[in-house]
Design a protein around this ligand. Structure first.
Ligand code: HEC
Length: 168
């Protein structure tokens, strides 16, 4: 019986320690959550910086309006490739050929677009790409699938080559 108050004391001490522990733990969790979100932002920024540091492609230094215009053109190129593939699989070679000439070929519009770039190597790569679009148009006229796909493969080689070397 004489031990009873001692246990009570210990029990209440335990309760105090436990409460203090819970409080401390909550503060630590709150603090680390706050830090985590801070770190995430910092990490994100860091990541972006890393991205531009590691992006060794040549920048064309385009003004904002031209950037949008170029990206629109690019999306149209991608769409054209898809439509051409659709027409090839349908056996509609004439339609595929027409698209290749008008959407990927060296039209007056594309010539003007390419001429706007100051970077001469980029310009000549762009012109070579559009000439390959016309070559694709001609290959499609033969209705020879293997020949057409081989020419498309060459055209898409320019997409890959240019994207690997340049950015806006
Ligand atoms: C002469 C260079 C060149 C050629 C050829 C070229 N592109 Fe691009 N393309 C670019 C540049 C530069 C960008 C912007 C990339 C950047 O800044 O990261 C781009 C961006 C794009 C984008 C992103 C569009 C967006 O809205 O974000 C697509 C899609 C694309 N190109 C598709 C194509 C396809 C498909 C072809 C071939 C049929 C092609 N490109 C050929 C230079 C080229």
């Amino acid at each position: 019986m004489s031990q009873h108050p001692y246990f009570l004391l210990l029990f209440s001490m335990k309760k105090t320690i436990l409460s203090a522990g819970i409080l401390l733990f909550s503060v630590m969790v709150f603090d680390s959550t706050a830090k985590d979100s801070g770190d995430a932002t910092e990490h994100g920024m860091h990541h972006d910086k890393m991205h531009s540091i590691n992006d060794n492609r040549i920048s064309l230094g385009l003004p904002a309006a031209m950037k949008q215009h170029q990206l629109e053109n690019m999306r149209a190129h991608l769409e054209a490739i898809r439509s051409i593939l659709g027409f090839i699989s349908d056996g509609s070679f004439d339609k595929a050929s027409q698209l290749a000439h008008t959407k990927l070929g060296l039209t007056e519009e594309m010539k003007k677009m390419c001429d706007m770039f100051e970077n001469e190597e980029f310009k000549s790569l762009g012109l070579a790409f559009h000439r390959s679009g016309d070559a694709l148009g001609e290959a499609l006229k033969t209705k020879d699938i293997t020949k057409s796909l081989d020419t498309l493969h060459t055209t898409m080689g320019y997409c890959v080559q240019c994207h690997a070397a340049y950015r806006q």
